[in-house]
Design a protein around this ligand. Structure first.
Ligand code: URA
Length: 229
């Protein structure tokens, strides 16, 4: 990997400022001072020291996790247990970002990633990544057409927008719904709009990635491609 890319990946300095950084700061690769930002470092074999301190390369990691009910979609909180706190070694020291939050009382598939670009790719409205939710309602569902056509609801900033289901399958109190946005309380608000209360909400799929056999609180490493294959 180029040393300027390494510095930017490790959030030490931007690629743009790498040249200046290398001039000002002693960075040694296997004992040799590096000044050229295009220098290729072999991360498996060579060791990097900055200001006499060893810098260990951490590659980006992506996890899918089953967020249990009553866990907050956050890294830390003073009142609630948080989804990131479910992680054990070797993942505890990583700076995970949450891609696609779930409400405190919702459960299911969530992606944690150290890669800000990947998080953005998953959550940005323009990426239109389909997400599947299983919901249990307070009474049997009969408003399929309305949700497919779309309902006007409000987002987190109270701005109205048309929320549509891409697909919907119902069996009495249970509905499987696919949407390709992720606005504030979107699924609950869509059902509320047509007269139902969502009693349970579980996200089972994001893109091509399924919850599978994961149990609440469990997680596994994934590759970016798993979302799109
Ligand atoms: N829609 C909701 O209303 N809640 C969630 O947690 C996720 C989607």
């Amino acid at each position: 990997m180029r040393i300027d890319k390494f510095l930017s990946h490790m959030k030490i300095t931007s690629r743009k400022d790498a040249k200046k950084f290398l001039k000002m700061t002693p960075l040694l690769v296997d004992g040799k001072r590096i000044l050229d930002p295009s220098y290729d470092v072999n991360l498996d074999q060579e060791s990097i020291f900055i200001n006499d301190e060893k810098v260990v390369y951490k590659k980006d990691i992506h996890l899918m996790i089953y967020k249990p009910v009553d866990y907050l979609s956050a890294n830390h909180d003073t009142r609630h247990q948080c989804v990131v706190e479910l992680l054990k070694e070797p993942y505890v020291s990583y700076d995970f970002k949450i891609a696609g939050r779930l409400d405190l009382d919702s459960e299911g598939l969530m992606i944690l990633t150290t890669d800000g670009h990947f998080q953005h790719e998953i959550t940005h409205p323009k990426s239109h990544l389909p997400k599947t939710y299983e919901v249990r309602l307070d009474h049997p569902f009969k408003h399929e057409k309305e949700l497919i056509k779309g309902v006007m609801i409000k987002d987190g900033k109270d701005n109205p927008y048309l929320a549509k289901a891409l697909a919907l399958k119902s069996d009495g109190f249970y509905v499987n719904i696919i949407i390709d946005e992720g606005k504030f309380h979107q699924v609950k608000r869509m059902f509320e709009h047509v007269g139902y209360t969502v009693l349970n909400l579980k996200r089972t799929k994001i893109g091509n990635l399924s919850l599978g056999n994961l149990k609440p609180g469990e997680y596994i490493e994934i590759e970016k491609e798993d979302l799109y294959d």
